[in-house]
Design a protein around this ligand. Structure first.
Ligand code: NAP
Length: 266
């Protein structure tokens, strides 16, 4: 039985903070966007398709896996706000086919690296000069436990791209810490986003099984989840809100895993 989380949000904690969450129309990005908006932030997000009706703040339609898309996002944010205080690089994922390493073409690799690594690299590069000038700013990279626990059937390029993102984030933290900018990584395990729920429904359909059996099958493919369930987007949003807040002022160059205990090693 899953319990709802009860906590108090300080509606003024992020007052005056300009926050961009990429991929904020669905899943964890959407939960983070609303969490920070509810805590007083001025928010913006991006997606390739249109924003939902209840989207708070600025919405920028752009594909951040290509140079022109990240340029458009940077230009639009700068034109509206003149700078950014908090950047959450959340866009990521994989559309590569199954079939293992030999099923992956150069295009699959390039697309996956562009989406999961280069989008963040380019956006960081666009917003960092302003943060450095103000000697303040926070960057959060959304990686994945697959960077340490790679699956090979369809997501090997994704796992490798997330590993590169985590390593890049650590190095960037070392360089930017002395300049007043905090950089961290958040690595989720299996989180039941809308896309994950749709996948569970498809698997249940294909297998003629219940939703619970399909969800269990997915959990077993990860070696099981000790807490017995996937995480929820609002749980990830809570950790993200802490990491980008002043409450985490000395948390820097760190990677926080939120996976219900999935990764079996220290
Ligand atoms: N769900 C999980 O179990 C899980 C586990 C580990 C890590 N993660 C990571 O967590 C992050 C969020 O995952 P999620 O499951 O919440 O994603 P999601 O539900 O699939 O939502 C992705 C969001 O990003 C947008 N987006 C995707 N590609 C984009 C692009 N090229 N340019 C601009 N916007 C784009 C989507 O909108 P459009 O489609 O309209 O563009 C949507 O708003 C990703 O980095 C993912 O790799 C997820």
């Amino acid at each position: 039985m899953m319990r709802n989380i009860h906590y108090q949000i300080d509606p003024t904690e992020f007052t005056g903070k300009r926050v961009l969450v990429t991929g904020g129309t669905k899943g964890m990005g959407n939960a983070m966007l609303h969490r920070l908006h509810n805590a007083g932030a001025t928010v913006a997000s991006t997606a390739r398709s249109t924003a939902p009706e209840n989207h708070p703040g600025l919405f920028i339609c752009a594909d951040v896996s290509v140079v022109s898309g990240t340029r458009h996002v940077i230009d639009t944010v700068m034109a509206h706000w003149g700078g950014l205080d908090i950047l959450i690089n959340n866009v990521g994922g994989s559309t590569a086919p199954g079939g293992g390493a030999l099923g992956l073409s150069d295009e699959d690799w390039t697309q996956t690296l562009d989406t999961n690594l280069m989008a963040a690299v380019r956006l960081d590069r666009g917003f960092l000069p302003g943060m450095i000038a103000r000697k303040s700013g926070v960057i959060l990279h959304i990686s994945s436990i697959q960077r340490r626990l790679p699956l090979f059937e369809a997501t090997l390029a994704y796992a490798a791209a997330k590993a590169a993102l985590s390593t890049y984030s650590k190095g960037l933290a070392k360089e930017m810490g002395p300049k007043g900018i905090r950089v961290n990584t958040l690595s989720p395990g299996f989180i039941e986003t809308t896309a994950a729920s749709a996948l569970i429904e498809r698997l249940a359909d294909q297998q003629g099984s219940t939703l619970d059996a399909a969800r269990d099958g997915l959990m077993q493919s990860l070696g099981g989840i000790p807490i017995g369930r996937p995480g929820r987007p609002d749980e990830v949003a809570e950790l993200a809100a802490f990491l980008v807040s002043d409450r985490a002022m000395s948390v820097h160059g760190a990677e926080y895993t939120i996976d219900g205990g999935t990764v079996p090693t220290v």
